[in-house]
Write a protein that binds this ligand. Structure first.
Ligand SMILES: NC(=O)c1ccc[n+]([C@@H]2O[C@H](COP(=O)([O-])OP(=O)(O)OC[C@H]3O[C@@H](n4cnc5c(N)ncnc54)[C@H](O)[C@@H]3O)[C@@H](O)[C@H]2O)c1
Length: 456
């Protein structure tokens, strides 16, 4: 039985435009995947590819996941997409910006993530997605060069050009609503400063070409000014500054980030809570990666790597709470490395050596070797974020969407709150938020009602 009234949520009618900043490996794998899945559903071929069988949106909670409602004895577990009003895949329309002029077909081919058997049947569709000129500045992504860039005297003018792009896209594509997801390269490390405090200081800084305003902030600003929710898939500061967080609150728009939680960090946020749950100590965690795609090349620059490193390092500290357990976690040696190694392309190898200790302090080791595919793991996250941010806007949820921490390595929170990194706390938070939106009971896992001593 519903415990409270359902929140008013506007229906997901019409088309949803997904504006992607960056048309690289992640974006093209996402776009191509959605198109392959929807062609498969429509039954007009092109879905099988690769290993045969129909293509499924594997890794996407919104498409594959279910949600338990009510008591275990009720056996109610609808699919999430049938429970909350989400946009349907058939209603998604894509737009993108990139300083490299390749269309989505050329970009996907270069990225080398999906096989020809998947790309060829949808080649015409992908060729139709051409990147708009980017607000790009090489000072923020040192290893990239591009010709498809906007020119303007000030950063403010660049932001205005982005706003015009958004309006034009909305008009020409006929979409009803929009969301924006940053899937572009990792920018150099920037810390929040006085420039980022208020909208007035931020706008003043844009007008004066202040270096504290990175291109990603211009996209976020443009999105918010055009009433478009913004999600940040990279570790850049971007929308995690008070000026833009306040703008989102004022304009009643959802925002969130940072950095898609895909491979190594996902494993870390599963394993570390397990050690803590069993009160096993941790002496050290050495994580290293080899990666050969363009992202790896960008991260080979020490300033972009620093942004990524901060994002990857934060998780253990919050999960293990060394201030509460100094004997177990007071002296953890945590190291993260990313090495650019072209032969592997998008197929990253992430190694973890974990030194733990148990009863009376006896040491043990765990080795994890994750041979993953970066963009195959990231694409479903882009899809879920696009659909959930659109839902959040229709449900009137504004500001930081902490319930979507599940998807991020370095989740944004309200000021003064520490982030939850444990994947299963994040999952519970996400599902309970969906139940809350729909007026269903929260699931606490208490369960005394099933036993003699419990409440009848
Ligand atoms: N794949 C994963 O598992 C994963 C996980 C977490 C975060 N990320 C992040 O997602 C982002 C995308 O990853 P990718 O593998 O697709 O990288 P990629 O290099 O293939 O694509 C990024 C694209 O962004 C473009 N770009 C750079 N600056 C831009 C700007 N100012 N405006 C518009 N476009 C711009 C680049 O030209 C490039 O085409 C990276 O920042 C990466 O760190 C990826």
């Amino acid at each position: 039985m519903p415990t409270r009234s359902r929140r008013d949520i506007a229906p997901a009618s019409g088309k949803l435009g997904v504006l992607l900043v960056g048309l690289g490996a992640v974006s093209t794998t996402f776009i191509a995947g959605v198109e392959i899945v929807r062609r498969g559903r429509a039954g007009n071929g092109g879905a099988g590819g690769g290993g045969g069988g129909s293509a499924l949106p594997i890794g996407s909670l919104t498409q594959m996941g279910t949600i338990r409602l009510g008591k275990r004895t009720e056996k109610r577990a609808p699919k999430i997409k049938d429970f909350v009003p989400l946009a349907d895949l058939k209603d998604l329309v894509f737009g993108a910006w990139d300083p490299i002029p390749d269309d989505a077909y050329a970009a996907a081919t270069k990225a080398g993530v999906l096989e020809r058997a998947h790309l060829e049947p949808i080649a015409d569709f992908l060729k139709g997605i051409r990147p708009m000129p980017a607000a790009f500045d090489q000072n923020y992504v040192k290893r990239l060069q591009g010709s498809n860039v906007k020119r303007a005297k000030t950063k403010r003018e660049l932001a205005e050009q982005l706003r015009a792009d958004i309006r034009n896209f909305k008009k020409s594509s006929g979409v009803d609503r929009l969301v924006m997801v940053w899937c572009a390269s990792t920018e150099v490390f920037i810390t929040p400063g006085p420039t980022h405090q208020t909208l007035a200081t931020f706008e003043h800084a844009m007008e004066h070409n202040d270096p504290a305003i990175a291109p990603s902030m211009l996209y976020a600003y443009a999105a918010l000014m055009e009433n478009v929710p913004f999600a940040n898939g990279a570790p850049n500061l971007t929308v995690d500054v008070s000026a833009l967080a306040q703008l989102a609150e004022d304009r009643k728009l959802p925002i969130g980030g940072k950095d898609f939680k895909t491979g190594q960090t996902m494993m870390k946020t599963v394993l570390a809570p397990a050690f803590k749950a069993r009160m096993l100590g941790l002496a050290g965690w050495y994580s290293t990666n080899i990666l050969g795609n363009r992202d790896g090349e960008v991260l080979d620059d020490p300033e972009s790597f620093k942004t990524k490193e901060e994002s990857k390092l934060g998780v253990l500290e919050y999960i293990l709470q060394p201030e509460l357990y100094p004997e177990l976690y007071g002296k953890v040696f945590h190291k993260v490395r990313i090495n650019y190694y072209p032969p592997r392309g998008d197929n990253k190898e992430g190694w973890d050596n974990i030194d733990i200790f148990g009863w009376l302090g006896y040491p043990m080791q765990i080795k994890v070797d994750f041979l993953c595919r970066d963009s195959i793991l990231a694409a479903p996250i882009v899809l879920d974020l696009a659909l959930f941010f659109d839902l959040a806007q229709r449900a009137g949820l504004s500001g930081v969407q902490e319930w979507l921490s599940f998807y991020f390595k370095s989740p944004q929170t309200a000021p003064g709150l520490y982030p939850e990194h444990d994947l299963f706390i994040q999952q519970t938070k996400l599902k309970n938020t969906l139940r809350w939106l729909m007026g269903e009971q929260q699931i606490t896992h208490l369960g005394v009602e099933y036993y003699e001593y419990g409440e009848k």
